[in-house]
Design a protein around this ligand. Structure first.
Ligand code: NAG
Length: 933
């Protein structure tokens, strides 16, 4: 019953999303003759006849398998042209573009083709067919820069270019967002499903984005060799909670495990060495016993800073059957990638791996200047148009259109237009004036009519051929002023009026024969005309000026209104559509998001959730924080970033993309974000128990934390910081670690907040902003002195937090510490004297084992060493805290045993500090063996 209900829910979620997604998919069967639905995937394929007018469809003899897409291919001539498919896109949306190539058996015995594939002006791949029966797949993940992309084939070195399928799959949310997407595409290298149940890849409908997940059983390609002994496949049918990059559940339900403690693979990465984005997908899919652990490290490749990072999937993912996806956003990899995971000594189970995905960064090559392209389009659409060659794709890259010449600059400019004798009719397009890189204009021998258009700003023109057309009207006088003009041909037209005298100076070749109505100017008549012309001209300029200022005024008037009417937070819509986690399907687009994905929240929704920002619950490092309750009942903390103007929207969006990728049970999760012209807002999960600061310094509420609770809070917070330092790439330095940034959830588990935002200060790290980056009392003096920020600055601040936890005192106070004013000086001098009990919070006295206290005191004092190099790493701190916890738990076990025979002393009674030591030793004398250290 429960199961069928579950399927029903799943079903209801899938149906509308499947339909929406499929509607947005473009699946082109190149060379195909009809439109059809592929029964195996349910995808609708269309023939490419509506997309391309070149090439010929070729039947493939004995195609491999019976996929309808691979019954035919489209071949293109092996000439100097490129052949392009143009696909419509939404600007700034991310897409997966996939081209596949299956040559099939060649009848003619021609050599197998080798040619190039381009995406716009960017070289995508060289297609080299070595095996006619293999389907070669190329995938690129892009963020569309305009309303269309061109996929082009060209430059065959053997055989002729061909293509089998072309597919466009829109992506949602921040899927595949990278910090580099303005300048780099992502070419998918490998995407492997480990522990696969069959050799077939997993794709749509299992993957709603139709990514292809290769099976690790598919040994066709030269990949996945060097498999470690003891590698076994496992699978589960349980649901897996997935988020972020959304690997399909079916992929996550299978995995390989290294039963002998090791997993290793070697595979080849086409197109490498390169810089890559690499993801590993993990989910614990075995039910481990309570005493069992699965911990491992990556031994290979040696990525600096990652050799000691211990993966503990269930812990990192905050539970079994939940996705954990560590990634390297920019790692340099070779053609051959060997990788291995090795279990740690204290782990009971060997490593596990569900899937990997590695993509290479491909630098985007700028397309020809858009003004130039627009002008060429105007020529393209001149009647009769189709009489001369129609070419596709970028005019200049990788090969130039036949009728133009391009500069070699970046981006390229059009320098020559060669349209002599192309049977053009109609007027010369006015847009010609935008081609300001033009040096040669050849429009002779057509049937062009109308007057010579304004080309006064084409200052580089040297040669102009307009002869043998039917042009009318005057010869513009500015032609004589074009600085580079050397040759001007206008003969055999119907031009009229006076010939400008500046053209007759003999400085340039000028042919105006065969225009019967042209007259050479008479001096005095010309002067008269000039005067009239000038005064008329002045009047016109005046009127234009007045009109212009009126228009400008109106525009200013309208501007705020326009901005207001704009959909709020408009600029973000293009990145990820607004959605809420309580409606899985929103606005017709698929949202497979789980509760921990940052999504876009509109300002009105936030105003409603927070009752117009009425309940302020705190002030974070970057601005005020308000309590809110979303429509679905989720409680949130809404943080308004002060000073939104100092970082641009793009930067904010990058931050959000970064933050929503950072997930750890000890970090406060980002729920969503909002961005408006002057406000940047982040929405976090609400932490019911407030901050650690409230607990240890708020004397009003008398909240009490015993030693073990303090230790476990310290452990949680330290793990969160450790993750920021070592689990993120690039590593993140918090910069503002303090008790008010350590929050406690409903179960009193600690989570670190306000991380990641600190990156925003990077750009203009002035003296002022750097001071603002820390809080007095927690600020690393070394960082303060030389502005060198390292992880050790966080360690320093965390040392202060530990001292607060021990003592229950504030970090800075003249009353408490006198001239020393700082907790560190006070604590250090006492600890040096061996008097650790004197720094202990009086409310803890009598309820603590001194060894456990010493362990924490030691590591705290080391953490606040003046020199960063002497301070421990967060990992060491975590170990010390865990030690202290072990010692304390032991004491409590003994204590329980022993307390049966005596009345338990209340731990809440505060004792005068001078009587502490005697009390403790008296007390422990009966139960445990005290030892000073
Ligand atoms: C990756 O890192 C390298 C070396 O640090 C750098 O040159 C490159 O620009 C970075 N980004 C990409 C996308 O390659």
């Amino acid at each position: 019953m429960a199961l069928s209900l579950y399927f029903l829910v799943l079903f209801l979620h899938l149906i509308p999303s499947v339909i929406c997604q499929v509607k947005e998919f473009v699946s082109i069967d190149c060379g195909g003759t009809s439109n059809y639905t592929d029964p195996s995937t349910g995808l609708a394929w269309v023939s490419d006849t509506g997309f391309i007018r070149h090439g010929k469809a070729v039947d493939i003899k004995n195609p491999n398998g019976d996929s309808p897409q691979y019954q035919r291919r489209r071949d293109f001539p092996a000439d100097r042209n490129k052949y392009c498919y143009t696909l419509s896109t939404t600007e700034r949306r991310r897409y997966l573009v996939r081209a596949t190539f299956q040559y099939g058996n060649s009848v003619s015995g021609d050599p197998y083709p080798k040619f190039q594939l381009y995406l716009d002006a960017t070289m995508w791949s060289t297609i080299t067919v070595l095996d006619a029966s293999r389907v070669y797949v190329e995938e690129m993940i892009i963020r569309a820069t305009s309303t269309a992309i061109d996929v082009c084939l060209c430059c065959a070195t053997t055989g002729s270019p061909f293509i089998s399928t072309l597919e466009l799959r829109p992506l949602n949310l921040s899927l595949y967002a990278t910090d580099y997407e303005d300048s780099f595409y992502l070419a998918v290298g490998v995407r492997v499903n480990f522990g696969a149940l069959s050799k077939d890849p997993i794709r749509y409908p299992d993957d709603p984005y139709d990514r292809i997940w290769e099976s690790d059983l598919d040994k066709r390609q030269n990949f996945l060799v060097g498999v470690a002994p003891g590698t076994e496949s496992i699978s589960t049918s349980k649901n897996i909670k997935i988020t972020r990059e959304f690997p399909p559940i079916k992929v996550m339900q299978t995995a390989v495990v290294g039963t002998q403690g090791r997993l290793s693979y070697r595979l080849t990465l086409e197109g490498f060495p390169a810089n890559a984005r690499a993801y590993a997908y993990f989910a614990e899919i075995e039910d481990l016993g309570t005493n069992e652990t699965r911990k491992f490290i990556m031994q290979q490749p040696l990525v600096p800073g990652y050799n000691n990072v211990i993966v503990n999937i269930a812990e990192n993912a905050n539970g079994s059957y939940t996705l954990y996806e560590p990634s390297y956003m920019n790692v340099s990899l070779d053609f051959v990638l060997s990788f291995s995971f090795v279990k740690t000594r204290d782990s009971t189970r060997g490593p596990l791996l569900n899937a990997i995905e590695i993509s290479k960064y491909v630098q985007i090559i700028p397309k020809t200047q858009s003004n130039d392209v627009m002008t060429l389009d105007a020529f393209h659409s001149m009647p009769p148009g189709s009489d001369w060659i129609h070419e596709e794709g970028d005019p200049c890259i990788p090969t130039q259109w036949e009728w133009i010449t391009c500069s070699s600059s970046t981006p390229p400019r059009i320098t020559k237009l060669a349209l002599s004798e192309k049977y053009l009719t109609g007027k010369i397009p006015d847009k010609l004036k935008h081609l300001d890189g033009l040096t040669e204009l050849w429009l002779d021998g057509n049937s062009l009519t109308g007057s010579i258009p304004d080309i006064s700003n084409l200052l580089n023109l040297t040669i102009v051929h307009l002869e043998n057309n039917r042009l009318t009207g005057p010869i513009p006088s500015y032609l004589g002023d074009l600085p580079s003009l050397r040759e001007l041909y206008v003969q055999n037209n119907s031009l009229s009026g006076e010939i400008p005298s500046t053209l007759l100076t003999g400085n340039l070749v000028f042919n105006y024969d065969g225009n019967p109505e042209l007259i050479q100017g008479v001096q005095h008549k010309k002067n008269f005309k000039l005067i009239v012309g000038t005064s008329v001209g002045v009047f016109v300029v005046f009127v234009v000026f007045i009109l212009g200022s009126l228009l400008l005024l109106c525009n200013l008037w309208n501007m705020p209104a326009q901005e207001k009417s704009n959909d709020k937070c408009n600029s973000l819509h293009t990145i990820s559509k607004p959605s809420t986690s309580y409606s899985l399907v929103h606005g017709g687009s698929l949202m497979v998001e789980g509760p921990d994905v940052a999504y876009y929240i509109t300002l009105p929704d936030l105003e409603e959730a927070t009752h117009n920002f009425s309940r302020k619950i705190g002030k974070g490092s970057f601005g005020p924080v308000y309590y809110g309750k979303m429509k679905d009942g989720k409680e949130v903390a809404v943080k308004i970033l002060a000073d939104a103007s100092s970082h641009g929207n793009q930067q904010f969006i990058n931050e959000v993309a970064l933050l929503s990728r950072i997930h750890h049970r000890n970090l406060v999760p980002l729920v969503g974000y909002c961005e408006e012209a002057h406000q940047h807002i982040l929405v976090y999960e609400y932490m019911h128990n407030g901050s650690l600061q409230d607990y240890i310094h708020d004397s009003v509420d008398q909240k009490h934390l015993d030693w073990l609770s303090r230790l476990s809070i310290a452990e949680d917070a330290a793990k969160g910081l450790e993750y920021l330092h070592t689990g993120c790439n690039p590593s993140i330095i918090h910069r503002d670690v303090k008790t008010s940034n350590i929050l406690l959830d409903i179960n009193m588990r600690a989570k670190v907040s306000d991380f990641g935002l600190s990156r925003q200060a990077d750009d203009n790290l002035t003296h002022v902003s750097s001071v603002a980056c820390g809080t007095v009392g927690y600020l690393d003096p070394e960082y303060y002195a030389n502005q060198q920020l390292t992880e050790k600055s966080d360690v320093y601040s965390f040392g202060v937090v530990l001292l607060e936890l021990i003592s229950g005192r504030k970090p800075v106070s003249v009353e408490e510490y006198g001239a020393e004013w700082h907790i560190i000086h006070w604590a250090r001098s006492l600890i040096r004297k061996g008097d650790v009990m004197s720094i202990l919070d009086p409310s803890l006295a009598g309820d603590i084992k001194i060894e456990s206290l010493w362990r924490i005191a030691e590591v705290a004092i080391l953490s606040v060493e003046p020199h960063g190099g002497c301070r421990p790493k967060m990992q060491d701190i975590v170990l010390a805290i865990q030690d202290a916890i072990k010692i304390e738990m032991e004491r409590q076990r003994n204590y329980t045993r022993c307390s049966r025979s005596r009345t338990r002393q209340s731990p809440h009674i505060s004792l005068p500090s001078n009587s502490l030591e005697t009390d403790i030793s008296n007390f422990s004398g009966g139960c445990t063996v005290p030892s000073a250290r």
